[in-house]
Design a protein around this ligand. Structure first.
Ligand SMILES: C[S@@+](CC[C@H](N)C(=O)[O-])C[C@H]1O[C@@H](n2cnc3c(N)ncnc32)[C@H](O)[C@@H]1O
Length: 263
């Protein structure tokens, strides 16, 4: 399991990231794609590794019923505090302390199972993906946001950190220290799609996230017009080759057949 205790100390930094331009692009691109895949009615959602609750709150505000789980007490406390500022959403959200690799809900299934920005902190992805795929209801979707191993070193090169970039490109391991100062590991969209298939799900087209603006400084906070243009350009590139392959994050999605067949 990952060193999740690290997160108690980085919750505030993660919130600052989430409200800056880079973090907003990530959340807006992923949320837009989820909305495109979800039915036009309230559904049951599991947000595994919910962090400070950005996606939990967005999904709850869209009317869905969200179970939000995280292994870090600090992150759960931050998410709970954010929810308390939105009392109208309280009935839509329940928080649980749980490790994504051993999650168990007594047979409960969800129409959307999210695991965003978590696999990168685990030693390997297969255990968590197996567990999460097993919780997808018939017709439901598994949504994974992972660090893209295929683009190792690209961000560092664009920032002019050439020695580090060269190491990452040549080694291809995708292991580096992320913006929160925590060591992270990469996966590929192809591997994640293969794991989902092994568990009876059918992959949907994957999305590359923050392809064109990943090199921006952490403080980047564009004016609304610039942000809107950046977002639309990112959205256009996100599902197209060759652009999506160079994204720092891959968003893979896979659906269980409506009749529950395949797993
Ligand atoms: C970078 S944050 C992402 C939060 C949120 N999903 C998002 O996309 O904004 C990573 C979160 O994963 C959680 N985490 C790491 N390892 C975990 C594990 N084994 N089980 C459950 N949560 C874990 C951390 O505590 C942290 O809250």
């Amino acid at each position: 399991m990952a060193a999740v205790t690290d997160f108690a100390a980085v919750g505030a930094a993660y919130d600052a990231y989430s409200t800056g331009g880079r973090g907003r692009l990530r959340h807006d691109l992923v949320f837009r794609r989820l909305q495109a895949e979800l039915p036009d009615r309230p559904v049951r959602v599991l947000d595994a590794g919910c962090g400070t609750g950005e996606m939990t709150l967005r999904l709850a505000a869209a009317g869905h019923r969200v179970t939000a789980a995280d292994a870090s007490d600090g992150m759960l406390a931050a998410a709970t505090s954010r929810l308390s500022a939105r009392p109208e959403l309280a009935a839509h959200v329940r928080f649980l302390r749980a490790d994504v690799e051993v999650l168990e809900f007594g047979g409960e299934r969800f129409d959307l199972v999210c695991c965003h920005g978590v696999l990168m902190y685990l030693d390997e992805p297969a255990t968590a993906v197996a567990r999460l795929a097993g919780m997808v209801a018939p017709g439901g979707v598994l949504s994974i946001l992972a660090k893209n191993r295929a683009a190792s070193g690209f961000r560092e090169a664009l920032r002019g950190e050439y020695a580090l970039a060269r190491d990452l490109i040549e080694s291809g391991t995708g292991v580096s220290v992320g913006h929160l100062g925590v060591r992270t590991r990469g996966d590929t969209a192809e591997e994640l799609d293969r794991l989902a298939t092994e568990h009876g799900l059918t992959p949907l087209p994957w999305q590359g996230v923050r392809i064109l603006n990943d090199h921006r400084a952490q403080e980047w906070s564009p004016e609304p017009d610039e942000y809107a243009s950046a977002l639309e350009t990112e959205w256009a590139a996100s599902t197209r080759d060759p652009y999506r392959h160079l994204a720092p994050l891959v968003h893979t999605l896979a659906r269980r057949a409506p009749d529950g067949s395949g797993g």
